[in-house]
Design a binder for this molecule. Structure first.
Ligand code: PMP
Length: 317
């Protein structure tokens, strides 16, 4: 007999809006790709954030930032919501803006994948492309300039410094991880872009049990191909990110991130982007260390988005 997935509970009732489908993503055990030198007493699970209606983890903070700005009264008739993004936040903000009927403009480095730009435009948002060599920092500086020139027109959500970003995870992702593992989680591993996922989920998990280890994942070098992640030391530091909160950071090379994302599709039937590959590789390095020390563990990570948006990039060539 066909066994329904656990997420079906979530979809069974009709919803009034796609916004009500954000969050409550499935948690899936990673099995076949785990190397043999990892102890069977170490379990690795991933939250599949591609199940959000906008296709990524960023639906959570996008909704949270919009709702907070609406509550505080900064979004009013005639205003335009603006932000800098490497793509997924743009898609999420464009989707939430379309759902709420609020115009959205976004700045992003010109080298983000074509799919991202097209999806954003499909939702009706306006896109500004900035110098790819400057990465997301170039997009941030561009938005700051636009807002300075016309402060009356714009509401700058500023995902890098907006507490509503990490709080979205404090009030959703963190609670979900705890409940879905029935409190068994011992390590939480997540890539750092704005730091919203790791700070919000990590803080919530430490409220439940302060022994849970919170592990950040960063690209090993300033120039890298792991879309969505940031090499913090060489970038404008996100205001919501506090490195001292983390128990440790694991650095990942682009090639490993790509290789593990490809393996996930082929061997595990989980089709995801390169930042998911980076997260998994960090989990495996961690699991090897724990194996050597003879420890048991329940490691939970986040797969931030699906692979579709990277079909025209080197990831799936
Ligand atoms: N991976 C991808 C693909 C992303 O788009 C993002 C968001 N920039 C992240 C990881 C990192 O998430 P966060 O901003 O919450 O640190």
């Amino acid at each position: 007999m066909w066994v329904l997935g656990q997420h079906d509970e979530h979809y069974r009732k009709a919803r009034n809006s796609v916004l009500n489908l954000i969050g409550n993503t499935p948690l899936v055990k990673i099995n076949k790709v785990i190397p043999e030198d990892v102890s069977p007493e170490i379990e690795i699970y991933a939250k599949l954030e591609s199940f959000n209606p906008g296709g990524s983890v960023k639906d959570r903070p996008a909704l949270s930032m919009f709702l907070t700005a609406l509550k505080e009264g900064t979004i009013q008739k005639g205003k335009v919501v603006i932000d800098a993004t490497s793509g997924n936040t743009g898609i999420a903000l464009a989707m939430v803006g379309a759902a709420l009927g609020i115009p959205v403009e976004l700045a992003m480095p010109a080298n983000v994948s074509e799919e991202r730009k097209k999806i954003i435009k499909a939702y009706g948002a306006k896109v500004y492309l900035t110098d790819p060599l400057e990465g997301t920092d170039g997009a941030i500086l561009y938005v700051r300039e636009l807002v300075e020139k016309d402060p009356e027109r714009y509401v700058y959500l500023d995902q890098y410094n907006n507490p509503a970003n990490w709080k979205a995870h404090f009030y959703s992702t963190g609670i979900e991880v705890w409940n879905q593992t029935e409190g068994r989680v011992t390590h939480f591993v997540a890539g750092i872009g704005t730091g919203g996922t790791i700070m919000g989920t990590g803080r919530r998990l430490k409220v439940y049990n302060q022994n849970i280890q919170v592990v950040g994942v960063q690209p090993a070098y300033p120039f890298h191909g792991i879309e969505g992640l940031k090499h913090i030391e060489s970038s404008i530091k996100p205001g919501i990110f506090d490195e001292n909160f983390l128990d440790r950071t694991i650095f990942v090379e682009t090639e490993d991130a790509y290789e593990w994302a490809r393996k996930l599709a082929r061997e595990e039937a989980i089709f995801v982007g390169q930042s998911s590959g980076a997260a998994l590789w960090a989990c495996i390095m961690l699991a090897r260390e724990l194996t050597e020390r003879g420890e048991k563990a329940v490691i939970v990570t986040v797969f931030p988005d699906g692979g579709e948006k990277y079909l025209t990039t080197a990831l799936f060539e």
